[in-house]
Design a protein around this ligand. Structure first.
Ligand code: NDP
Ligand code: MG
Length: 387
């Protein structure tokens, strides 16, 4: 029985993880849940899975919840997330919070020797070198939840003795694949939130619309699989059946495929190295899938992808800036303060002004994250004032 802490239980990944765990109760026990501010959903989850410890964002929510569930220990804020992530009762932490909030609990969990099922890609973009070094030092597994990285992980497991020549990450292309640049740039948050394939949290849905999500995933793949950026290729595959692939030096390509469902990569990260029957019981139907198509990404329309590749290749603290600027700009877009095109403009400007730090410490990364967010907010204010 694996004992887990689920951070981000009320989100898209968190709720799907609970659906998965409901079907594999003999294998996985939930010890603790952490959510942000969706207290009504959290209450339902508490009643369903009876966790021992629960963390929320606000202290006032923790106090109110304690009155209703006196037998549960409640925590709050970043410290609460870290307490859950380092609990001696647990074996594995599923990090399914969105954005920079994932970094500190992930580091704390690694330092206390917990394996990580990582959905939160921003953590690796912000501080991938530190995370991977710590994971090695503490002999901790980082098990990818992101579907593309789970696919590559599974392909690599098929031939672990050999380093592949390249990794091929597939991308659905998002809602603007067949729209013009003008249509894309003039879109509203409501339109951009309609993803054709996946039902996800708001931040990643906007990242998928700009293809920044794929850019973040390129950086995530670089760290997880220790692969040069020149050997990570992105290919647009609108049907999202092939979840990603690796190519070996002998020309053989190994791909992982199946229905587009996050249940599968979530479950594999939780049950690794075992495979068990879980929530997805229907066999994959090749005839129904019928047609799989592939195309090159348009780096001009989707500038974010190019910015992410370049930030990754330059290395140092460029990805930290990319992540912070993007996260702030996406939030402003979601609040209708700026246009979609402003997101990449803000990211590009802050990357171009950045003076990189070599071998940055965690404190330097956190300080840079903060400064970049403030610079992004200033740019957003100027844009709003002009409009
Ligand atoms: P959501 O926005 O749906 O969920 C985010 C979760 O984090 C919610 O439970 C939210 O709580 C919680 N949260 C937010 N702020 C805090 C905080 N300060 N303290 C504690 N909890 C907090 O995001 P997704 O599930 O879509 O994505 C999560 C991560 O997984 C992201 O990094 C994303 O890139 C990655 N990912 C997601 C995929 C998907 O299909 N959704 C696919 C691959 C990767 P609340 O709602 O209660 O405020
Ligand atoms: Mg993905």
């Amino acid at each position: 029985m694996k004992k887990i802490a689920l951070l981000g239980s009320t989100g898209s990944i968190g709720t799907q993880a609970l659906e998965v765990i409901e079907k594999i109760k003999d294998e996985i026990e939930i010890v603790s849940l952490a959510a942000g501010q969706n207290i009504e959903l959290l209450k339902k989850q508490i009643k369903l899975v009876s966790p021992i410890k629960v963390s929320v964002t606000k202290e006032t929510d923790a106090i109110e919840l304690k009155k209703e569930f006196p037998h549960i220990d409640f925590y709050y804020g970043t410290n609460g997330l870290e307490t859950l992530a380092t609990d001696k009762e647990i074996d594995l932490v599923l990090v399914a919070v969105s954005g920079k909030i994932g970094l500190k609990p992930t580091i704390a969990a690694i330092k206390s020797g917990k394996d990580i099922a990582l959905a939160n890609k921003e953590t690796l973009v912000m501080a991938g070198d530190i995370i991977m070094r710590l994971a090695k030092e503490h002999n901790v597994k980082i098990l990818p939840v992101d579907s593309e990285h789970s696919a590559i992980f599974q392909c690599l497991n098929a031939n672990s003795a050999q380093t592949p020549k390249k990794l091929i990450l597939t991308a659905s292309g998002g809602p603007f694949l067949n729209k013009t640049i003008d249509e894309m740039h003039n879109t509203t948050a409501k339109e951009a939130l309609k993803h054709p394939r996946w039902n996800m949290g708001k931040k990643i849905t906007i990242d998928s619309a700009t293809l920044m999500n794929k850019g973040l995933e390129v950086i995530e793949a670089h760290h997880l699989f220790n692969m040069d950026y020149d050997n990570i290729e992105v290919v647009i595959h609108p049907q999202s059946i092939i979840h990603s692939a690796i190519e070996h030096t002998d020309g053989s390509v190994i791909a992982q495929l199946g229905i587009p469902s996050m249940h599968i990569p979530i479950q594999y990260a939780l049950t690794y190295p075992n495979r068990i029957e879980g929530i997805e019981t229907n066999s994959f139907n090749f005839v129904q899938a019928a047609k799989l198509t592939f195309e090159e990404p348009d780096f001009i329309k989707f500038k974010a992808l190019e910015l992410a590749y370049n930030a990754g290749k330059k290395g140092c603290t460029y990805p930290t800036v990319l992540n912070a600027a993007n996260e702030e700009a996406v939030m402003a877009f979601l609040e209708d303060k700026i246009k979609l095109s402003h997101i990449t403009e803000i990211v590009e400007t802050l990357l171009s002004e950045h003076i990189p730090i070599q071998n940055a410490s965690l404190d330097e990364i956190l300080a840079l994250d903060e400064t970049t967010r403030n610079q992004a907010k200033e740019m957003i204010e100027k844009i709003t004032a002009k409009a």
